[in-house]
Design a protein around this ligand. Structure first.
Ligand code: ADP
Length: 464
């Protein structure tokens, strides 16, 4: 049904149509060229053999020794010149006498002045009844001998070859078009099916996929790639939906707490003024949490947008981030930063990576603990190491902590404030720069985060 609706123009643009037309064109030209060549060669061969026959006859007549009419009559009486003969001879003697090889010859030669010449071969003449004859003549001792060789059989043969050629051409076109049409239909049929399936596809239905045809290979590959893309797209969509749900949930909790305390102050503030400072503390804490959360959500949103790449002094960025946090860091900190490490990117991104990891080290480590920051590079890599002697992360949680809104052990998360998105931001940022992030246990206790980037500026000093 859908096919019928397609316009003529659309049909003309289909592979099926284009292939069929081109194939028929090619086939017809090939068959025609071949046929014309065969006909041409046969015609030339036949003409040549007739010419040879005529010359042989000419030679034998020249050598016959006939001079007078009766001599010629004797020569021309032979079987070769009977009425059914292919050869028609006309002898014009000097005396004005004329001798014919047969009655047929007499008839034709009377018509001789009206005979027409064939365009391509001027030695071929036509009678009014469209009978072809090869013509040759010679003069001997004042006697003019004209020979006509009947070429009807030869022309009949060429005619038969011509009809056969036409028949073969038509048959080849008919058969060829049918085969090509069916073949191209098979080829483009899978594409048409694919198009229809894509139109009916619902991204929300996770089970729907494109049918993968066995042939042609190209369409099979496209269907497979499309299905893979579909899986990725659905995963991405699911993740985004989950993110919206989680984000609204995370935003709702502090808002509900703030509204609860505002209501408490409104209802009891006057009669029990002692609740006000505690409630204000809660409101302050929750609004701060809200502020951080919104900031991080905005940052997450910005990650997908385009950014400028510039040459950055990573050593300087890490040093500044450490200095910024060091003032409020109760733990002892050991800093080893190799100078002159450069990367390509946006400063904000590397700042966020270092800051989130350092903040976590501070949050999840006792005030009496220690924190170590190291930045170094080798031939191929740049490594940022942030280690603490804090509470550590159980092995089974190590992969989950990079998920958005995931926090280890909900009980301690209520004590230590956090949003659960810091590490997911870090991971996304690191992967944006084709880097890797790893979490391991520190010794004797604590956590070690290792961020690794490809060193694109290796050996730079060497060349300067
Ligand atoms: P949060 O805002 O909760 O710190 P993150 O995404 O930064 O969110 O971290 C996710 C979870 O990983 C944290 O809630 C915490 O349980 C755990 N975590 C992260 N860094 C450390 C660390 N240095 N030591 C122990 N646990 C950590």
């Amino acid at each position: 049904m859908k096919n019928n609706k397609r316009t003529l123009n659309q049909r003309k643009n289909t592979t099926q149509f284009q292939l069929t037309i081109r194939f028929i064109g090619l086939l017809t030209s090939a068959v025609l060229i071949l046929s014309i060549a065969i006909m041409g060669i046969t015609a030339a061969e036949l003409y040549e053999s007739t010419e040879k026959q005529a010359h042989l006859l000419e030679d034998s007549l020249k050598n016959s020794g006939a001079k007078e009419a009766k001599d010629w009559q004797k020569v021309l009486v032979k079987d070769t010149f009977s009425d059914d003969s292919l050869y028609l001879i006309h002898v014009q003697l000097n005396s004005g006498e004329v001798v014919y090889s047969s009655e047929d010859a007499k008839e034709i030669f009377q018509e001789f002045p009206q005979l027409k010449q064939f365009i391509l071969f001027d030695r071929i003449l036509w009678t009014s009844e469209v009978e072809p004859y090869y013509y040759t003549s010679f003069q001997k001792d004042e006697t003019k001998v004209t020979i006509l060789v009947d070429m009807e059989n030869q022309f009949e043969l060429i005619g038969r070859i011509f009809s056969l050629t036409i028949f073969i051409t038509l048959a080849v076109i008919a058969l060829g078009s049918l085969v090509t049409y069916r073949f191209s239909k098979k080829l483009s049929g899978s594409l048409v099916v694919m198009d229809e399936e894509i139109n009916q596809l619902k991204v929300s239905d996770s089970k729907q996929q494109l049918t993968v045809p066995k042939t042609p290979q190209e369409v099979q590959n496209i269907s497979k790639s499309f299905n893979q893309l579909l899986v990725k797209q659905r995963m991405y969509l699911k993740r985004e939906q989950q993110f919206v749900t989680d984000a609204s949930h995370e935003l709702r909790t502090p808002i509900a707490a703030i509204r609860g305390h505002v209501n408490l102050i409104k209802r009891r503030g006057k009669s029990h003024p002692q609740v006000i400072p505690t409630s204000l503390d809660y409101i302050d804490k929750e609004s701060k949490r809200l502020e951080i959360l919104v900031e991080k959500l905005l940052l997450l949103g910005r990650l997908d947008t385009q950014f400028n790449m510039e040459q950055l002094d990573l050593s300087l960025i890490i040093q500044q981030t450490v200095d910024e946090l060091n003032v409020m860091m109760p733990q002892d900190i050991t800093i080893t930063i190799e100078t002159g490490i450069f990367v390509e990117g946006q400063a904000e991104h590397f700042y966020q990576i270092a800051r989130n990891l350092l903040e976590n080290a501070m949050k999840y480590t006792d005030t009496s603990g220690t924190i170590t920051v190291r930045l170094f590079s080798d031939e191929d890599t740049i490594q940022l190491l942030i280690e603490d002697s804090g509470m550590g992360i159980p092995d089974e949680e190590k992969t989950k902590i990079f998920e958005r809104f995931y926090r280890v052990d909900q009980s301690h998360s209520s004590e230590i404030s956090g949003t659960g998105i810091g590490l997911s931001i870090v991971k996304e940022l690191v992967e944006k720069y084709q880097g890797k992030i790893n979490v391991t246990d520190a010794s004797p206790k604590g956590t070690r985060f290792t961020v690794e980037f490809i060193n694109t500026h290796k050996n730079e000093d060497f060349f300067i």
